[in-house]
Design a protein around this ligand. Structure first.
Ligand SMILES: O=C(O)CCC(=O)c1ccccc1C(=O)O
Ligand SMILES: [Mg+2]
Length: 335
């Protein structure tokens, strides 16, 4: 597999690092305020924002991704515009118009969160119906984040599929589960494809799902896969279509996703890179927000005044810097 370039020493890594708190307009996976770190290196800016509940071992790839962006830059693009989906969190159906209104201009594709804990299939069906009512021609997909078992997934996708769904992202938690859902959908003649997300980014082997034939397409994210170059390698080796997505990043992390989407030889799907539209604040004066369902390729350079205004309190800054030092030590040990 890949041998990683060495990481800069912590002092160098943290010389121009900014820990920020970005308030959300819409609560997303339980997050109202997104804390993350942006850091500058000789090649530009990188973002380190593994969710706080992620362990240090899982965060190693996120650090490699931030360093890859800031110290080595991005590979050459093959396109300068990337189609982007709107993202609808697991909100009540009545809030769907307000969420979609956050996405400027035309919306070509929407990803709808489903199978949220504490909700049921009626909630999901109402949310999907509300999106379809507003956007009769958009391409819709759902993301269950592994929240169904195989039987529940088949029941749910038969019902939600009536609104016209291109694919279901991680409808079951495991690779075997994805394969079973995919087979069950085919047996029942339900025309919904299966996409793997957690089964790519949280598995020790990101290629296992492709090898097992368990998915029709892969969701790839630069940070959990260790950076743009590494993600490109994984897609090439998997031999499956890929949709690029993000992790609720600031514009700096979205820039890495954009670089990945811009460098992929084929990009058949709108990408999940529109989540800055769900945030109230960003580190850029002109945030990387899609317009008319597209993001234009450009660099993400944080504004010093915004970095200062959005800075977290001292103890949160210390928490993040301690975490980076621990993850750095772990990455060195693993290299
Ligand atoms: O893909 C998108 O539309 C937005 C990104 C997204 O859904 C996401 C954001 C943070 C953490 C997990 C996920 C996910 O795809 O499961
Ligand atoms: Mg997902």
């Amino acid at each position: 597999m890949t041998t990683h370039p060495p990481l800069p020493e912590p002092a160098e890594l943290l010389a121009d690092a900014h820990v920020v708190a970005l308030p959300m307009r819409v609560r997303f996976r339980g997050v109202d305020v997104r804390e993350t770190v942006v850091l500058r290196g000789p090649a530009g800016w990188g973002e380190f924002g593994p969710f706080p509940e992620y362990g240090d071992a899982e965060a190693v790839a996120w650090l490699r991704s931030a360093v890859d962006a800031a110290w080595h830059g991005f590979p050459a693009p093959v396109r300068t515009r990337v189609p982007v989906n709107a993202t609808v969190p697991a909100v009540p159906a009545a809030q769907v118009p307000a969420v979609l209104a956050r996405f400027e201009g035309r919306t070509v594709a929407v990803k709808i969160k489903v199978a949220e804990r504490g909700q049921d299939l009626d909630d999901d069906a109402a949310r999907v119906a509300a999106v379809r009512a507003l956007l009769p021609d958009a391409e819709l997909r759902v993301d269950a984040n592994g929240g169904w078992d195989v039987a529940q997934a088949l029941v749910a996708l038969e019902r939600l599929g009536e609104h016209g769904l291109a694919y279901a992202e991680q409808p079951a938690p495991t690779i075997e589960g994805l394969a079973a859902v995919r087979e069950g959908l085919a047996d029942r003649g339900i025309p919904v494809l299966v996409a793997a997300d957690e089964s790519v980014r949280k598995e020790t082997d990101p290629l296992a799902v492709a090898r097992a034939g368990a998915a029709d397409l892969l969701v790839v994210k630069a940070a959990p896969l260790g950076g743009v170059r590494r993600a490109l390698e994984i897609v090439a080796q998997a031999g499956l279509p890929a949709v690029v997505s993000s992790a609720l990043d600031s514009s700096v992390g979205i820039r890495a996703g954009l670089a990945l989407a811009a460098a992929l030889p084929e990009l058949p799907w709108a990408c999940g890179l529109g989540t800055v539209s769900l945030m109230r604040e960003d580190v850029l004066r002109e945030p990387l927000r899609p317009v008319d369902g597209e993001l234009e390729l450009r660099d993400a350079v944080p504004d010093p005044a915004l970095l200062a205004r959005l800075a977290v309190p001292a103890e949160r800054r210390q928490w993040w810097l301690d975490r980076i030092r621990r993850v750095h030590a772990l990455a060195g040990a693993a290299a």
